[in-house]
Write a protein that binds this ligand. Structure first.
Ligand SMILES: Nc1ncnc2c1ncn2[C@@H]1O[C@H](COP(=O)(O)OP(=O)(O)OP(=O)(O)O)[C@@H](O)[C@H]1O
Length: 288
């Protein structure tokens, strides 16, 4: 991944050499992690919605390993069960078969080690300021006392370039800024894995591109493990270091792709286009 430019009210870019050495350290950590046990192991996971009238099978026997430092993308067409799978990793839905473990411990419910950022702009509490929104889960979960929570909130707001907006309320922010607050709030909890369910899908194209770029800068700077859902092939290639391609309903893993080679700088290039086309075939060709 090349050095990235920050595009935000307050720059969050690292100097070139800092970014480069940070990237190298993260990739080394990911490589070490890959050799050891996975951070997140999804084994033979089927997920269903049951009502008295019918059973909807959302995913069928999914196997995925996510290692520390991965930017792992779940990519697939609408209705293939991506959101259901991420909800299951978050602990909101239990598998009907298979298991999900984090650090070797079975996921049996929601926990502060897995924080989700959703697509919707209304994830923030409208009556609290930006800083209070970021500090709130730290206080509610008694992770930190008031002073430390405020400090940590300030730190992560700075990371997403929103320090000047710490004292405003969510309705005074743009959609992109609200998503930055949601990201800061999630990172402030320092989860073992950050879960993002189409976080940029409701943004206009330019803001979406900026947010992808900023997310990668943050990943290099803060160093977290990411599980990211999208139905955009382009976004998957830009954001992901590894991509699982899910087949249409019910979702099964059709292929897994190493996507380290592509980033925002390679957008539109020949190799990027070829990768996008290949993914398109893998997703939609009946032959596969
Ligand atoms: N609460 C629910 N009750 C019953 N069926 C549901 C429920 N939520 C989702 N489903 C079904 O489960 C399947 C998977 O849905 P899911 O939202 O996980 O897919 P997705 O890949 O995230 O789609 P999209 O990209 O459109 O958000 C779909 O057939 C959907 O209709």
């Amino acid at each position: 991944m090349g050095t990235r430019l920050a595009i935000s009210p307050q720059p969050i870019a690292l100097s070139d050499w800092q970014a480069e050495s940070r990237r190298q350290a993260l990739e080394d950590a990911a490589a070490e992690g890959a050799a050891a046990n996975p951070l997140l192991a999804i084994r033979g996971v089927s997920l269903e919605y049951r009502s008295p009238e019918r059973v909807v099978r959302a995913t069928h026997r999914i196997d995925i390993d996510v290692h520390q430092g991965d930017r792992f993308v779940l990519l697939g067409p609408s209705g293939c069960g991506k959101s259901t799978l991420i909800k299951s990793v978050a602990g909101f839905i239990q598998p009907t078969e298979g298991s999900i473990t984090l650090d070797g411990v079975k996921v049996q419910g929601p926990g502060p080690d897995r924080i989700v950022v959703f697509q919707e702009f209304d994830q923030l509490l409208p009556w609290k300021t930006v800083r209070q929104n970021v500090a709130f889960p730290l206080l509610a979960s008694r992770t930190l006392g008031r002073k430390e929570a405020e400090e940590r909130a300030r730190y992560y707001l700075d990371k997403v370039g929103l320090s000047p907006f710490a004292d405003v309320h969510p309705h005074q922010l743009s959609g992109g800024m609200k998503q930055r607050v949601a990201i800061a709030r999630a990172l402030a909890m320092q989860p073992r894995i950050l879960l993002m369910d189409e976080p940029f899908a409701a943004l206009d194209a330019l803001t979406r591109r900026k947010m992808q770029e900023e997310l990668l800068v943050l990943w290099e700077d803060v160093g977290f493990t990411l599980l990211f859902v999208t139905h955009s092939i382009e976004e998957a290639l830009v954001v992901g270091s590894r991509i699982a391609l899910l087949s249409p309903h019910p979702g099964r893993v059709r292929a897994e792709i190493n996507s380290h080679a592509w980033d925002i700088d390679s957008l539109g290039g020949v190799s990027f286009q070829a990768a996008a086309q290949r993914i398109h075939h893998l997703l939609f060709d009946q032959a596969h």
